[in-house]
Design a protein around this ligand. Structure first.
Ligand SMILES: [Zn+2]
Ligand SMILES: [Zn+2]
Length: 190
């Protein structure tokens, strides 16, 4: 049977008390810290959010796609940038990273909703042709890719093989059809 630490050992008692204090105080500090307004500044193409010296993770970097460097989906820093922009804060410059539209050459901007689930390709929209040019470019790339590498399992004597488009594009097409329907109300499969 376990017994409580002997009161005749003051060092042990002291240690126990400070642990309790630490565990008790820490969550209180964390809860009260968002009250202090974080400062937002522009750093390259990103927004640098500074939560001040008291916070455990002081600096967060938020990009234009509303993603924070800390990886948290609902990071306070993203909200801080939103408020900063709402209050008329200067906007970060657009990254040069996005290549021009392969269909018409216009500028493109990121759209995470169209990131390739299977291909891991970045989603975007064309400033001129919108989503249509993204889908057109994607279709052409898929066609080209399958023309170059049609076989997932090449045919062998007595076995017809499996073409990539028989497996992959079905999933891609279905995902695209579903999104087209969600965005436009038009059902391509109907
Ligand atoms: Zn963050
Ligand atoms: Zn375009």
């Amino acid at each position: 049977m376990k017994t409580a630490p002997s009161p005749s050992n003051p060092a042990l008692l002291e240690r126990g008390r400070s642990t309790i204090q630490k565990n008790f105080i820490r969550p209180m500090i964390r809860e009260s810290s968002p009250v202090a307004m974080p400062t937002v500044s522009i750093q390259g193409y990103l927004y640098l959010v500074d939560f001040g010296t008291g916070s455990s993770q002081r600096f967060h970097r938020v990009n234009k796609a509303k993603e924070c460097s800390c990886g948290a989906t609902y990071c306070q820093a993203i909200e801080a940038v939103r408020l900063y922009l709402q209050a008329g804060g200067a906007r970060a410059p657009d990254p040069e990273g996005m290549p021009p539209c392969p269909i018409c050459g216009s500028k493109t901007y990121r759209d995470r909703n169209w990131d390739g689930k299977y291909t891991k390709e970045l989603g975007w929209r064309c400033t001129n042709g919108g989503l249509h040019h993204f889908l057109q470019a994607k279709t052409e790339r898929i066609k080209k890719n399958f023309a170059e590498h049609p076989w997932l399992i090449p045919p062998a004597p007595g076995y017809p093989g499996v073409r990539r488009d028989e497996l992959m594009t079905w999933e891609e097409c279905e995902a695209i059809n579903r999104k087209v329907f969600q965005e436009t109300g038009y059902d391509p499969t109907a």
